[in-house]
Design a protein around this ligand. Structure first.
Ligand code: FAD
Length: 409
């Protein structure tokens, strides 16, 4: 048995690192505070994007020795893009624009797939385990603070598999909402990039919107959610500990697509321990430029409301018409020209706040923005009905796995 490596957190980044290291003969111990991998998410659908690189992410995973067939995924080449004025258009591509996976503790979930890969490789995972981070080599403990949150409802539905993405500043302040249906189970989620009291009312209103525009025959099961921590540390290795995934601030400021960064950074951390690369250098070369541009895009998005969202949606469709591929726009979003790049110093000063974390790391983080006057509106009757329906389901045992008390700014 080789040198012992301890990893804090058995999520995607920690398990990706554990798998590569155990395969290379290291004695790997992963310490997870929860009872199982994926317990943070409870059946949430999430999308793994294919636009921040020209390589299909699943091919990249295979090159690293990670097997994407270990978990269920559904590839999509088309979505409904819902404009703020309710017009629906269809960005499409040839191949997989993104894949939907399930987060949670069921066997087919991505978290469980990664757990199986790590165990098969020979890693030891200790669940329900609380250890001192200073005793670990890799910190993979996910987000700490909240820069934004997402709230969703999971339900049974008769609707065929489908993904809809909605830019609407009223239903999802500063962000977007989405509908995902996979094999008879649906998720409607709204993301709040501005902090609100009673966030549940945004979800009720969003669900009411989808109920009106899609034939869902929605039977609620549970409500889920979580927070995203958007911060750029000055260093990714601190006091000999390697920070990966969201614990290292590796998260997409624009849409919150953090899974690809989490897995990639876990792999890079392992390769660095195996002396195949220098983690600090690789992360700054491969991931930080993407995160910086996502922060610039976020800065610009924070300045617009529905009128700006409409311009974006229209531009996207015009771009698709010109280039014959809807994914090209998403790739362009992450490949900035000189003008967007030059905004970085303004973004750093204007949107990010310097913070010294408890472990001594210095980060520039995006605080949870305050609500705006326009975020206060009267709920519609349909949204009130959605809320009442959820209260009944909840009284009957429907689980709520995320509340406002989980939000820490
Ligand atoms: C509602 C929601 C929707 C999202 N949708 C998408 C999406 O569509 N696409 C996408 O790419 N990303 C999405 N994300 C982001 C994505 O989930 C994260 O970026 C990704 O999971 C980060 O991986 P990670 O390994 O850093 O953390 P996680 O996968 O969260 O793993 C961290 C692990 O560390 C454990 N842990 C925490 N503290 C400790 C401790 N002290 N000791 C031991 N263990 C600890 C946690 O229990 C957890 O198991 C979403 C996030 C949320 C909240």
């Amino acid at each position: 048995m080789g040198e012992r490596i301890d990893i804090l957190g058995a999520g995607l980044s920690g398990l990706a690192a554990a798998t590569i290291l155990a395969k290379s003969g290291k004695e790997v111990h992963v310490h997870e505070i929860r009872k199982d991998s994926g317990a943070r998410f409870d059946g949430d659908f999430q999308g793994i994007e294919n636009w921040t690189s020209d390589i299909d992410f699943f091919d990249e995973m295979r090159e690293w020795g990670l097997d994407p067939d270990e978990f269920k995924s559904n590839a999509f080449d088309v979505i409904d893009l819902i404009h703020p004025d309710d017009v629906i258009t269809n960005p499409k591509t040839k191949g997989a624009a993104f894949r939907v996976v399930e987060r949670g503790t069921d066997e087919h979930c991505i978290d469980q797939g990664f757990k199986r890969m790590a165990i098969t490789a020979g890693a030891n995972i200790h669940y329900g385990s609380k250890v001192n981070p200073n005793d670990c080599d890799i910190i993979a403990a996910g987000p700490k603070d909240s820069s934004a949150i997402a709230f969703g409802e999971i339900f049974h539905t008769d609707h065929p598999n489908h993904v809809a993405f909605q830019l609407n500043d009223k239903l999802a302040p500063g962000a977007y909402s989405y509908l995902i249906v996979i094999d008879g189970v649906g998720l409607i989620c709204t993301c709040l990039w501005r902090q609100q009291k009673k966030s549940g009312r945004y979800l009720n209103e969003t669900i009411a919107w989808y109920d009106e525009h899609y034939v869902l025959n929605r039977r609620p099961i549970k409500r889920v959610g979580g927070k995203g921590d958007f911060s750029l540390p000055t260093k990714y290795i601190h006091e000999e500990k390697i920070y990966v995934g969201e614990a290292g601030g590796l998260q997409d400021f624009m849409w919150g697509f953090g899974m690809r960064y989490a897995i990639t950074s876990g792999v890079l951390a392992a390769q660095s321990i195996l002396q195949q690369c220098d983690y600090e250098v690789e992360v700054k070369k491969r991931l930080v430029p993407l995160i910086k541009i996502s922060a610039i895009n976020r800065f610009l998005m924070n300045r617009v409301g529905d009128r700006g969202f409409k311009i974006v949606a229209r531009y996207w469709m015009r771009d698709q018409k010109r280039k014959g591929d809807g994914l090209r726009f998403m790739k362009w979003v992450y490949q900035p020209g000189i003008i967007r790049k030059s905004l970085w110093p303004i973004v750093k000063i204007g949107m990010l706040r310097k913070k010294i974390l408890a472990d001594g790391r210095i980060v520039h983080r995006m605080p949870f923005r305050k609500s705006l006057k326009r975020d206060l509106w009267e709920p519609t009757d349909k949204a009130l009905e959605v809320g009442a329906q959820w209260n009944l389901v909840r009284k009957g045992g429907g689980k709520l796995s995320f509340t406002e008390s989980d939000v820490k700014n």
